[in-house]
Design a protein around this ligand. Structure first.
Ligand code: PLP
Length: 394
């Protein structure tokens, strides 16, 4: 990765496929026997998907387009599920036509649509979580209450579907282990009530939410998520759920950022380091980069990425607000989260932005302010491959 960043003479995103592979292997070691369905939305690049597929991963897809892309890796449809609870009749019919038979759901209307457009399919019901402890809680838009989960899966059975499982998502970039123990409490409650009603599910999907390790909070402090504790709580939760079930349970996870975030980095350059008096009379240093919220760093409003200035390892520093290149004031780190940067930075100097591999390519705009999507390079794996993050040749 560092060699590829150093060799780059222009801006680009670099993915380390071997690093992603190691992350996948570590996850499999921490959660033995748990099937991995990579949440494609976190990094929908063909090379990354093909690499994970070759290692045995399946895919969590959010749309028929993602399903079609996953199938192009050669994985069978049984290793792909439609994990988005939000889908139109047409989306469901298309997924079914592509061979997918596992659908997430969380409401009666969606169950009726799946029964009509994907008859006989298996459904897993997503239970709502609070999202507490996560940088991005996914609490309101998705998932139903434990009581509704019973109604949803009973309706699925009555409609000729197979009520096959339950799922949760504890929120993205989850920072607490407690979020998983609370999710397991809800799952256990529903599992027991389902058993009582004669519905025996055999799959538990523990969702995404596992964190990236190399990012900082909005103020520049390391986040340090307790990963070991999280895995211990998840293992303990799986044992608890297995004990509560009358049939053997299959467990799945659908991580996105955890597999790719720390193995993607951007080589960008300095647009300008400048100092301006602000309206409140204070002087502020601003470091404008060639890359920001709209071309690779979409999450910069909630977190900071680690920056490295390879041509300025030492010297004097200033504390600056870091911002992207567009005429949009959201294209900046929080203004109370100053970053220590070399005073001598000049326009054109390279900057390496670490741990930005998750949600970087897909959230890129198609040329906001004229800044095109960054080209990307995958290193490691079977060999290096070039591409353009927004599609089209580099
Ligand atoms: C259904 C589903 N699964 C998995 C993920 C991946 O989440 P993360 O990147 O936090 O692991 C998401 C993210 O939005 C999601 O919506």
């Amino acid at each position: 990765m560092r060699a590829a960043l150093a060799a780059a003479t222009d801006d680009r995103l670099v993915y380390d496929l071997d690093g992603i592979g190691r992350q996948y292997a570590a996850l499999r070691t921490e959660l033995p026997g748990v099937a991995v369905r990579f949440a494609m939305k976190a990094c929908p690049l063909d090379e990354v998907l093909a690499h994970l597929a070759a290692l045995g991963s399946g895919f969590d897809a959010a749309s028929p387009q993602e399903i079609a892309q996953a199938l192009r890796t050669g994985v069978p449809p049984e290793l792909i599920h439609y994990g988005n609870t939000v889908k139109s009749d047409r989306n469901i019919a298309e997924a079914h036509r592509l061979g997918v038979r596992d659908f997430a759901t969380d409401c009666l209307e969606d169950v009726a649509a799946i029964a009509e457009h994907a008859p006989g399919a298996r459904v897993f019901c997503r239970i709502a979580t609070t999202g507490d402890g996560a940088l991005w809680g996914l609490s309101r838009k998705f998932g139903c209450s434990p009581e509704d989960a019973l109604r949803v899966l009973e309706a699925a059975r009555a409609a000729g579907l197979v009520p096959s499982g339950l799922s949760v998502h504890v929120g993205s970039q989850q920072l607490t282990a407690e979020a998983w123990s609370a999710a397991v409490d809800s799952l256990e409650e529903v599992l027991e009530a389902l058993t009582w009603r004669g519905i025996r599910i055999d799959r538990i999907n523990l969702g995404g939410g596992l964190p990236a390790l190399g990012v900082l909070d909005r103020h520049g402090h390391p986040l340090e998520p307790p990963l070991d504790k999280m895995f211990a709580v998840i293992r303990e939760g799986m044992a608890r759920l297995s004990a509560a079930s009358e049939v053997p349970l299959e467990f799945l996870v659908e991580p996105g950022r955890h597999l790719v975030a720390d193995h993607g980095a951007i080589r960008a350059h300095v647009a300008r380091l400048s100092s301006r008096r602000q309206l409140d009379g204070t002087d502020a240093d601003w470091l404008y980069l060639s890359c920001g919220k709209f071309n690779g760093l979409y999450e910069m409003d909630q977190l900071q990425y680690r920056l490295e200035f390879p041509t300025h390892p030492g010297g004097q520093f200033v504390n600056a607000v870091v911002a992207g290149p567009t005429c949009d004031s959201d294209d900046a780190y929080a203004q109370d989260g100053l970053v220590r940067v070399p005073r001598a930075l000049a326009s054109g100097d390279p900057v390496w932005i670490h741990s930005c591999g998750a949600y970087a390519t897909a959230y890129t705009t198609r040329g906001f302010n004229g800044f095109e999507p960054l080209p990307y390079l995958c290193v490691g794996g079977a060999g290096a491959a070039d591409g353009a993050a927004g599609g089209g040749p580099a």
